[in-house]
Design a binder for this molecule. Structure first.
Ligand code: AMP
Length: 215
């Protein structure tokens, strides 16, 4: 299974990608996670990416394409995966199609997660992440047992710089202008399936499975 999760920031792509990844036994490939780990490692990629990410802007296409090419079509290409956060522009989507053609493989599905803006703002502003093991919490729906402390490893929970309200608004606007055109792009390829992302993670997951099983 090779699948893309599409949708605005905060709609639950990461959470659903994690659940699907366990269920299908295939990796979640989150470009945001790859970039954040490059920032933590203070690598050249991390330094470049941080410049854009801290403002809620997109990292340039050339950088993203190099990174995804290595991850999906490098020395150890995974047989299946869930792409979470890629592609985010038409240039990226077209280049990905090209890579699939060159490598004689294809996408199985593109899943669009939808939610209204109020829910997105609420989810993003209440998201917290463990500094140590990167587990994601939500203060409203999945709070840790002890405030500010990770249940899994005892690490400190923090708010992502780009989850602060001014940056969130920019990320939503970037989504509308640069990423939303992908909805029609994948619709015209007859790959798009749409799921409303309101409800608990398990409820949304059930809706996704139902959509994936429909021909
Ligand atoms: P995410 O964790 O998916 O919300 O991504 C966090 C940030 O990483 C985004 O706001 C962008 O700055 C950057 N990013 C992640 N994926 C991409 C991509 N495919 N193209 C450009 N920038 C990206």
């Amino acid at each position: 299974m090779k699948m893309i999760l599409l949708g605005p920031p905060g709609v639950g792509k990461g959470t659903q990608a994690q659940i699907l990844s366990k269920e299908y036994g295939i990796p979640q490939v989150s470009t945001g996670d790859i970039l954040r780990s490059a920032i933590r490692a203070d690598s050249e990629l991390g330094k470049k990416a941080n410049h854009y990410m801290s403002k809620g802007e997109l990292v340039p296409d050339e950088i993203m394409l190099g990174l995804v090419r290595d991850r999906l079509f490098g020395d150890h290409p995974p047989k299946g995966y869930i792409l979470d956060g890629f592609p985010r522009t038409l240039v990226q989507a077209e280049a990905l199609n090209q890579l699939f053609t060159e490598n004689k493989t294809q996408l199985d599905a593109v899943l669009l997660l939808e939610a209204d803006e109020e829910l997105i703002l609420k989810r993003l502003s209440s998201r917290r992440v463990c500094r140590n093991c990167q587990t994601v919490y939500n203060l409203l729906t999945q709070p840790p047992a002890v405030e500010g402390v990770c249940d899994k490893c005892g690490g400190e929970l923090y708010q992502r710089e780009d989850d602060k309200i001014e940056t969130i608004k920019n990320r939503i606007s970037v989504y509308k202008h640069q990423t939303k055109p992908l909805v029609n792009f994948y619709k015209s390829m007859r790959l798009l399936k749409t799921v409303n992302s309101s409800g608990s993670p398990q409820e949304v997951h059930r809706k996704i499975i139902k959509q994936l099983e429909e021909k």
